[in-house]
Design a binder for this molecule. Structure first.
Ligand SMILES: C[S@@+](CC[C@H](N)C(=O)[O-])C[C@H]1O[C@@H](n2cnc3c(N)ncnc32)[C@H](O)[C@@H]1O
Length: 251
């Protein structure tokens, strides 16, 4: 499969889904409850926003100005379209940007938000790099996949070794956070339901549709097999891993 073809099929599969990774409104709001009150002058940077699942929860729950960035332009277009439909384009703006090369003024955000996307940069690198963007007394909230139980079965361990070898349990993650100069002000496990209802279930329906639409196309079958395998791993071994929501302040 050519990498251009994989890329375009992948994004076609994931576009139009309610979200591009595990998460839910309740968890976004719960994480937000640890953050000092935000005003209409406050600025939030939502990194790896996808099509804006959490962006619009933040917009509803706070009066803050929100800049939502993603490196996939069609997702950013969708965020801007949704903001226009909701009549909130004056305070929610999507921009195409690479989370590793953010060109915002230092000290210009009260809150950095990153749901299901920090792994693209790596927690350590992201925490060290993004800190300069925070105003004094600013906060960072992010989700990261963690082992929840020791000794996962081989199929589960192999899957994660391939997909995200940096996966670790919560303790080493907390040690990295502390070593990067942050204090945890809130943390909780994102519930298992956030993997199915808002993510894998709609993805599975899209996979079924895709298989019908592109019947006989090998590239599509391969992509659908890969995504379904991820869902199978979750169905069988979900108790061994999950997302942790972390809310931090520079210490
Ligand atoms: C798993 S999705 C999560 C999206 C969204 N936050 C959600 O929970 O629905 C990860 C997102 O990170 C974006 N992404 C990947 N690498 C990136 C980078 N280097 N800079 C900015 N965004 C990136 C992807 O395009 C994708 O939208």
């Amino acid at each position: 499969m050519s990498s251009d073809r994989i890329h375009s099929l992948f994004f076609e599969l994931f576009s139009g889904l309610p979200r591009q990774g595990p998460g839910d409104t309740k968890s976004t709001r719960r994480a937000l409850s640890f953050i000092p009150k935000l005003s209409s002058q406050s600025r939030i940077l939502d990194i790896g926003c996808g099509t804006g699942a959490q962006t619009f929860v933040l917009a509803e729950a706070t009066p803050a100005q929100i800049v939502a960035i993603d490196n996939h332009p069609p997702y950013v277009d969708e965020v801007n379209r949704k903001a226009a439909n909701l009549n909130i384009s004056d305070r929610v703006v999507g921009r195409v940007a690479d989370m590793r090369l953010l060109e915002f003024t230092n000290g210009s955000f009260d809150l950095i938000w990153c749901e299901g996307a920090i792994y693209n940069f790596g927690v350590e690198d992201a925490l060290l790099d993004w800190r300069k963007l925070l105003r004094k007394e600013g906060s960072i909230a992010f989700t990261e996949v963690c082992w929840r139980k020791p000794d996962p079965p081989v199929a589960c361990k192999d899957f994660w070794a391939r997909e995200y070898p940096a996966i670790r349990s919560k303790e080493p993650l907390l040690a990295v956070i502390e070593a990067s100069g942050y204090e945890v002000i809130g943390q909780f496990e994102v519930p298992m339901s956030a993997w199915w209802g808002e993510y894998y279930e709609p993805l599975q329906m899209k996979i079924n549709e895709f298989r019908e639409r592109y019947k006989g196309d090998k590239d599509t079958e391969e992509l659908c097999d890969q995504c379904e395998y991820e869902i199978t791993i979750w169905r069988e071994f979900a108790e061994f891993y999950g997302y942790e929501f972390l809310v931090l302040e520079p210490s």
